[in-house]
Write a protein that binds this ligand. Structure first.
Ligand SMILES: NC(=O)c1ccc[n+]([C@@H]2O[C@H](COP(=O)([O-])OP(=O)(O)OC[C@H]3O[C@@H](n4cnc5c(N)ncnc54)[C@H](O)[C@@H]3O)[C@@H](O)[C@H]2O)c1
Length: 419
């Protein structure tokens, strides 16, 4: 199969690990996307690599950072990367010029602030590119529907980057649930980040997105994937907590809880899920707490994704619970050896799928079976997140998610009418 050319859109924490002029103070100081793409090029799956941001003045610092955190750590890693806009330029529309230098069948990987995903993705789709967008793919159901339509018209693969689907514990939980835990009864999910992340994300926190879009999106996607064909979300009620962010001058919630009513498809009985996310957590043994409890009518499962039974303690960094299943940054004999990590596999699966579509051996719709989080199979997640934001803005008003008949694809979100 032919290699693909890849344009990375966004130059921040997830792409390069470079935030505010230095390595991100998180578990991703070397970034994930660029490192993965350079390694995929080394392994002959990717050819040309480009990176596009807004402020070209950041690129000299980004190149130095990537040399220090990738080039110097993993011997022989080629960091060649075309960058947009030019080093002295600032241009929020640089993605239009950058994508114009790529061709149909190439790949766009979008890790930019949530409110920019739609325009950038649509631009790439219209150019015939396959697109992988970080979660949340978009913030509104209406925009999600437009992307799905555009992807179908252009015959390209568009998917959300939701790597928890590839976490062996989460994937096994899904298979156990679908294999015999009956109908959905109840689940709670919690995910947090330490409050210094509010500084990392100050450009958009509370202005164009919130912590629910940022973190609840993970467990909501896992639910949609796990419960596909079993249950569908029909009502969302949201509550928030405040104080920490507002104390830093940011007009946003510290924690958001979405209570989601699910309806089992076979007998119309009800299930309830409670998704809480926070960016006001204290520094801890992990960067991000992440866990859930799931109960079906015939069994239950607990997963603590943050604690994998491995702790590390050093003079420099103190005590930590680590998760090399997500990203294995430690080199083996001087080479990157994290190819089995689900942070990497998430991108590699998408690149492989695009190469299969380009070669004609598969169609984009072949991946609607749950093997990728395609734009056609993830609309419930967007509806839940948007309904949550609508509920918060309407003082806790429950929001109904509507469908055509027994369908699974939401058609609209409406304020719930009390009889
Ligand atoms: N940081 C993480 O751990 C993580 C993990 C998974 C997903 N995400 C998602 O990634 C997205 C943000 O990425 P990040 O965490 O790297 O954030 P970040 O704030 O560190 O970086 C955002 C980047 O987007 C760029 N950008 C903004 N507007 C743009 C435009 N019009 N064209 C091109 N680039 C533009 C900025 O220049 C910056 O490089 C969010 O949607 C978030 O939900 C982040």
């Amino acid at each position: 199969m032919d290699k693909v050319d890849v344009l990375m859109l966004g130059t921040g924490e997830y792409t390069t690990g470079y935030v505010g002029g230095k390595a991100a103070d998180s578990d991703k100081g070397a970034g994930v996307v660029a490192l993965t793409m350079f390694d995929l090029r080394r392994r002959n799956k990717v050819n040309r690599v480009g990176m596009c941001g807004v402020n070209g003045k950041k690129f000299p610092g980004i190149r130095q950072h990537m040399q220090r955190c990738i080039g110097d750590v993993y011997g022989g890693m080629d960091l060649t990367c075309e960058t947009f806009p030019g080093d002295g330029e600032v241009n929020p529309k640089a993605y239009v010029d950058a994508s114009a230098t790529f061709k149909a069948g190439d790949v766009g990987v979008i890790f930019t602030p949530d409110d920019t995903h739609f325009d950038i993705a649509l631009d790439c789709i219209n150019k015939g590119m396959h697109v992988m967008v970080t979660k949340p793919i978009v913030q509104k159901l209406e925009d999600h529907q437009k992307l799905a339509k555009a992807a179908a018209e252009k015959g390209v693969l568009v998917a959300v980057e939701v790597h928890k689907r590839l976490d062996p514990f989460y994937a096994d939980a899904r298979d156990r649930i679908r294999g015999g835990l009956g109908n959905f009864q109840y689940m709670y999910a919690y995910m947090s980040q330490p409050k210094h992340q509010l500084e990392t994300f100050k450009a958009w926190a509370g202005k164009s997105s919130d912590i629910s879009y940022y973190l609840n999106s993970h467990h909501i996607d896992w639910s949609e994937w796990t419960l596909a064909g079993v249950a569908r979300p029909i009502r969302v009620t949201a509550t928030g907590s405040t104080g920490v962010a507002k104390g830093k001058g940011m007009d946003t919630e510290d924690s958001i809880t979405l209570t989601v009513q699910w309806q089992n498809m076979n007998d119309k009985t009800l299930g309830c899920a409670v998704y809480t996310s926070s960016w006001a957590a204290p520094k801890s043994d992990v960067h991000s707490q992440q866990r859930f409890f799931y109960m079906g009518t015939q069994g239950e499962i607990n997963v603590d994704q943050a604690h994998r039974g491995c702790t590390v303690s050093t003079d420099q960094a103190g005590f930590a619970s680590v998760n090399p299943l997500f990203m294995k940054y430690t080199p083996t004999n001087g080479m990157f050896s994290g190819q089995g990590s689900y942070g990497v596999r998430s991108f590699e699966n998408f690149i492989d799928a695009c190469r299969e579509v380009n070669s004609g051996s598969k169609k984009p719709s072949d991946f609607d079976d749950g093997s990728l989080a395609t734009v056609h199979t993830t609309q419930q997640g967007t509806a839940i997140l948007e309904a949550g934001r609508m509920s918060l803005d309407a003082d806790g008003q429950p929001m109904d998610i509507e469908y055509d008949g027994d369908g699974h694809t939401p058609t609209a979100i409406k304020p719930h009418k009390f009889e």
